[in-house]
Design a protein around this ligand. Structure first.
Ligand SMILES: [Zn+2]
Length: 157
């Protein structure tokens, strides 16, 4: 089932952890509406960068979110975040494109996080949205310091 032209229900509800543990990852109707919203934002980003977007994680049910150690308030929990990359761009270059879009008034986001750029090809971009409260427009970099994840303001490599 396609949610939008280029994003399918399967891609936006897929979870390696859910598959491995045999957990269901089924959204409610309200969560489905959020997933639809996220897919629409991803379509805008895809059109802007002129490249395919690969989503590794979007929606997480409560059980799946617990299993991956996600925060209970994570935007993934509600279908309002995507971990993604653009084909042929580094995660840093992709994050910069999304910020350019924002600066041109073409997208709004709650949080844009460059996740673990020290991992090279193992990095990714998290983009999160809000629908019932104002978007915070935060840009951060997640990195490991002494085994703990820390969030630095802005983009860092
Ligand atoms: Zn994420």
């Amino acid at each position: 089932m396609q949610i939008t032209e280029h994003f399918s229900f399967k891609e936006l509800t897929r979870s390696e952890t859910a598959r491995r543990l045999g957990l269901q990852n089924v959204p409610s109707a309200a969560e489905m509406a959020n997933i639809q919203y996220t897919a629409e934002q991803l379509e805008k980003i895809r059109a802007y960068v002129g490249r395919g977007i690969v989503v590794t994680s979007c929606f997480r049910s409560e059980r799946v979110n617990k299993a991956v150690g996600g925060s209970p308030t994570s935007a993934h929990r509600f279908g309002l975040a995507a971990d993604c990359d653009a084909i042929g761009l580094t995660s840093l270059a992709f994050a910069k494109e999304i910020i350019k879009m924002r600066d041109e008034g073409k997208i709004k986001f709650d949080q844009l996080i460059l996740e673990f750029p020290e991992r090279g090809d193992g990095a990714w971009v998290h983009i999160g949205f809000r629908r019932n409260s104002p978007m915070r427009n935060q840009i951060m970099t997640a990195t490991k310091k002494n085994g703990k994840t820390v969030y630095l303001p802005g983009l860092h490599v």
